[in-house]
Write a protein that binds this ligand. Structure first.
Ligand SMILES: *Cc1c(COP(=O)(O)O)cnc(C)c1O
Length: 359
C-alpha cells in the first residue's frame, strides 16, 4: 500500500541503518516516534534554574508511551521469524503497546499484569486492542518470571525489554533528541523502572556519537521512586511500592545496563519520594500545560532535588533533556486525586456560576 506524501515512516524505517533490519523485513509500524522536544522555560524558572530544559514528549506515540518504539522493533522481528503468539508482563504500558502492535501484525497477544496495580487507561487499551489479559495476584517481577517460562515455547515470543529488539527500537529516541537539538544534551534525565529505557538511550547516544552525528555525550541521570529503588539501595526490593506504577519494579531486568549508563556517562541514579513525584507532576502540568504520567515526574523531581542538594552539578548554561515516558491521561485516578480540588457544583445559571467563580 502506498503511504501519503511526507509521511513519517516510523522509527524502524527512519533509522534502519542503525537497526537489525534489511529491505525484506516486514516492518510492523503505527508511525511511532518523531515526538516533540518541548522547551519548558516556565518550569525551569519556577524551580530556580537557569539552564535550558527540553522534554521529549513520548506521550505522543500511538499508544501514548515510549514503549511503542521498542514494540515496533520487537513485533517486526517476531513476525519476521514467524512467531504466532507474543506475551509480556507489564506495569501497563508494555501491555498496551504489545496489544496494539499485535493487532496491527495480526498475531495473538497475551499480557500479564499485576491485579489492581495498573492505571485504568492502560487496562482499557489492552482490552480494546484485543489482548488476552491475565491479572495475576502478584507484582510485576512475579509476572515477568512466569512470562520467561512461557517463552520457552518456540511459537511464543516474549516482548518484554529482556527481548533485545525492544532496546534497539527504544534507542531511536536518543537519535531523535540529537537530530532535534542539533547536538547531544549535556544531561539526560529519565525515570528508571525495569531500566530498559536508560540502557537504550545510552546505547543510542553512544552509537550516534560513534557515527559522528553528535560530538559529545550526555551525563545520564536516572531516578527511581523511593519505595522501589533497588538500584539505589543496591539490592532487589521484595514489595516495591509507589504511586508511579510504571516504575513499581523491585528487580530490574536491565540493572547492569543502568549501572553502565551511569558509570560510563559520569551520571547518577537517585531516588525521589512519592510526595516529590506528585509535586513535580502537578508543577509541570500547571506551569507548562503538559500532563504526564506520575513516573515521568520522577526525573523532574530528581532535577529539582539535584538543584537543591548538589548545587554546582548543573551549570547555568547546561542543555538538559528529560524523557516524559507516558501520557497523564493513562492514569486519570491519580490525576484527579493529585489535583487537589474538585469541580464546584452549581445551578445552571449565570448568577450561580459567577458566585462560584468569586468564592
Ligand atoms: C515502562 C515505563 C517506564 C520505565 O521504563 P524502564 O525501561 O522500565 O526503566 C517509565 N515510565 C513509563 C510511563 C513507562 O511506561
Amino acid at each position: 500500500m502506498k503511504s501519503a506524501p511526507n509521511d513519517w515512516p516510523g522509527v524502524v524505517r527512519a533509522y534502519a541503518e542503525y537497526l537489525p533490519v534489511d529491505d525484506s523485513t516486514p516492518v510492523i509500524t503505527i508511525q511511532e516516534g518523531n515526538t516533540p522536544l518541548i522547551p519548558v522555560p516556565n518550569f525551569v524558572e519556577k524551580i530556580g534554574g537557569r539552564f535550558s530544559l527540553f522534554l521529549k514528549y513520548e506521550a505522543l506515540n500511538p499508544t501514548c508511551s515510549f514503549k511503542d518504539r521498542g514494540m515496533t522493533m520487537a513485533m517486526t522481528k517476531a513476525v519476521e521469524r514467524g512467531a504466532k503468539v507474543v506475551v509480556c508482563a507489564s506495569t501497563g504500558n508494555t501491555s498496551a503497546a504489545a496489544a496494539a502492535y499485535a493487532a496491527r501484525a495480526g498475531v495473538k497477544c497475551a499480557v500479564l499484569i499485576p491485579d489492581g496495580k495498573i492505571a485504568l487507561g492502560k487496562l482499557a487499551q489492552a482490552l480494546m486492542y484485543g489482548a488476552q489479559t491475565v491479572a495475576i495476584r502478584g507484582n510485576f517481577d512475579q509476572a515477568l518470571n512466569i512470562v520467561r517460562q512461557l517463552g520457552e515455547d518456540p511459537e511464543i515470543e516474549i516482548v518484554n525489554s529482556i527481548n533485545p529488539y525492544r532496546i534497539e527500537g527504544q534507542k531511536t529516541a536518543a537519535f531523535e533528541i540529537c537530530d532535534q537539538l542539533g547536538r547531544a544534551p549535556d544531561f539526560h534525565f529519565i525515570p528508571v523502572g525495569n531500566a530498559g529505557n536508560i540502557t537504550a538511550y545510552w546505547k543510542g547516544f553512544l552509537e550516534y556519537h560513534k557515527a559522528g552525528k553528535c560530538s559529545s555525550l550526555p551525563r545520564m541521570f536516572g531516578f527511581q521512586a523511593a519505595g522501589s529503588a533497588p538500584i539505589v539501595e543496591g539490592h532487589p526490593i521484595e514489595n516495591p511500592e509507589t504511586v508511579a506504577t510504571a516504575i513499581r519494579i523491585g528487580n530490574p531486568a536491565s540493572w547492569q545496563g543502568a549501572l553502565d549508563a551511569r558509570d560510563q556517562s559520569n551520571g547518577f541514579i537517585g531516588k525521589v519520594t512519592d510526595e516529590e513525584i506528585l509535586e513535580a507532576y502537578k508543577l509541570i502540568a500547571r506551569t507548562e500545560g503538559i500532563l504526564v504520567e506520575p513516573a515521568c515526574a520522577a526525573p523532574l523531581a530528581g532535577l529539582i532535588k539535584t538543584l537543591k542538594n548538589q548545587p554546582g552539578v548543573i551549570p547555568a548554561d547546561a542543555v538538559i533533556t528529560a524523557t516524559m515516558t507516558g501520557h497523564g491521561l493513562k492514569d486519570p485516578d491519580t490525576a484527579i486525586s493529585a489535583s487537589g480540588f474538585e469541580p464546584v457544583r452549581t445551578d445552571a445559571t449565570h448568577e450561580a456560576v459567577l458566585a462560584a467563580l468569586k468564592s
